[in-house]
Design a protein around this ligand. Structure first.
Ligand SMILES: Nc1nc(=O)c2c([nH]1)NC[C@@H]1CN(c3ccc(C(=O)N[C@@H](CCC(=O)O)C(=O)O)cc3)CN21
Ligand SMILES: CC(C)C(=O)C(=O)O
Ligand SMILES: [Mg+2]
Length: 277
């Protein structure tokens, strides 16, 4: 039984009924297939692929073409899952026109909506993209594309002033027409207030339990990505170790002549083999 893709009205209904939804970050076809048969409602194809897949130290190097490539692969694996396509750095900051054009490209590649990071300076771009008919998830708090400005991947909104500013940003994003908002790395108590003050869904990525939804990265959930493990991450598997063990076992068996066995080999008939000599 394949599941039915969740709709935006259904996600909004979940905020009213208090039922949580889950958004997992994946980047490729095999993971997308697994999510499509899981109890997770939403996939984020995040620009974090710059770090997790490409090995950069941040998300700034990621291009539209990278995002389109991964959104297409994920859509092929997860035809029945709602996909959020992340807009990469400089694909929406320059002008409303570029924002609309690039958001449209992500939708044509298979995304159901786009996500845009930023504070008050991005509100007009969000409004323009929504105005062009593309659903938008806003993203405030720790915004990795501009993390250099706050000195790295640091928790945001800890002071009363910073918290007030984030609340105002969230309200502005709702007014601009975003249907949901990611709250990344902010105090749980602030996320609770923001969730209560907004009618749209809040999605917690390191923002505590009070949001409408939770987000984690598949590579963190599985214990594959160990370059850094943020405090909010819970590893539900230790696949990094299992993958290493599998690689080493194949290596050992190949060294010792235990792989391949007869069942792994192709054959040809005796006649043809004789004619060869
Ligand atoms: N694999 C992966 N998982 C993520 O959650 C993720 C990415 N990549 N890449 C994009 C952003 C970057 N993220 C990060 C990265 C590091 C921290 C981190 O180390 N935070 C410190 C807090 C430092 C402070 O106290 O201010 C921590 O201890 O968690 C948090 C979020 C979340 N996102
Ligand atoms: C951290 C999440 C929300 C994200 O934007 C990403 O994975 O790119
Ligand atoms: Mg991102």
């Amino acid at each position: 039984m394949s599941k039915k893709k969740v709709t935006i009205p259904e996600l909004q209904e979940m905020k009213k009924t208090g039922k949580k939804f889950k958004m997992i970050t994946v980047y490729d076809y095999p993971f997308a297939r697994i999510v499509d048969s899981s109890n997770l409602e939403v996939i984020l194809v995040g620009d974090s692929l710059g770090m997790v897949i490409q090995g950069h130290d941040g998300t700034v190097p990621v291009e539209m073409d990278d995002m389109l490539y991964h959104v297409k692969a994920v859509r092929r694996g997860a035809p029945n899952t709602f996909i959020v396509g992340d807009m990469p750095f400089m694909s929406y900051q320059v002008s409303r026109k570029e924002a609309i054009r690039n958001a449209g490209r992500l939708l044509k590649a298979g995304a159901d909506c786009v996500k845009m990071e930023g504070d008050m300076r991005v509100v007009d771009k969000v409004a323009a993209v929504v105005g062009a008919g593309v659903p938008v998830v806003a993203h405030i708090g720790l915004t990795p594309q501009t993390a250099a400005m706050f000195g790295g991947f640091k928790v945001q909104g800890k002071s009363a002033e910073a918290a007030e500013s984030l609340l105002l940003q969230a309200l502005a994003m709702e007014k601009a027409g975003a249907f949901a908002i990611v709250l990344e790395c902010i105090p749980a108590a602030l996320a609770k207030i923001i969730d209560e003050r907004l009618s749209i869904c809040t999605i917690s990525c390191g923002a505590g339990p009070h949001a409408t939804a939770q987000n984690l990265n598949a590579y963190d959930v599985l214990g594959i990505f160990d370059k850094f493990v943020p405090k909010f991450v819970k590893q539900y598997g230790q696949l990094g170790g299992q993958i290493l063990e599998a690689f080493n076992q194949w290596g050992r068996e190949t060294d010792e002549g235990l792989y391949p066995e007869a069942k792994h080999c192709f054959t040809m008939n005796e006649e043809d083999l004789k004619r060869l000599y």
